[in-house]
Ligand binder design. Structure first.
Ligand SMILES: [Zn+2]
Length: 106
C-alpha cells in the first residue's frame, strides 16, 4: 500500500477546521428544524472524522489507548513503550514484531 499519509493528514485537518467554522455559523442561525438537522449532520461528521483520524494513526503504526472512549492516540519515543497523553496509560510492545512498518515505506 502506497499512499501519501501527509496529504491525508492535511485533508483531515482542513475538514476539522471547516467543521468548527460550520459550528460557529450554525450558532448564528435561528432555532429551526433545519438547525437541528445541521447539528445532527455536524455531530455525525465529527464522529466520522475522529474515526478517520484514528485509522490514519493506526495505519501509521500508532497505538490507541482503549482505557476510555473516544480512544486517544498513544505516543512513543522508541516504538515499543507507548504512553497515552490523556490518562498516562502505558503499554509495552517490545515483544511484538513491528507489524505496521514495511521496509522502504517510511
Ligand atoms: Zn488513555
Amino acid at each position: 500500500m502506497n499512499f501519501d499519509i501527509e496529504s491525508i493528514k492535511q485533508a483531515l485537518g482542513t475538514l476539522g477546521a471547516t467543521l468548527s467554522l460550520l459550528k460557529q455559523a450554525k450558532d448564528l442561525l435561528p432555532e429551526s428544524s433545519q438547525k437541528q438537522e445541521l447539528n445532527t449532520a455536524i455531530e455525525s461528521a465529527e464522529r466520522q472524522l475522529k474515526i478517520a483520524e484514528f485509522q490514519t494513526a493506526q495505519s501509521m503504526g500508532y497505538e490507541l489507548c482503549k482505557n476510555h472512549f473516544p480512544p486517544e492516540i498513544m505516543l512513543s519515543k522508541d516504538n515499543k513503550i507507548w504512553k497515552c497523553p490523556k490518562c498516562e496509560n502505558e503499554i509495552n510492545n517490545s515483544h511484538k514484531p513491528p507489524k505496521y512498518f514495511v521496509a522502504g515505506n517510511r
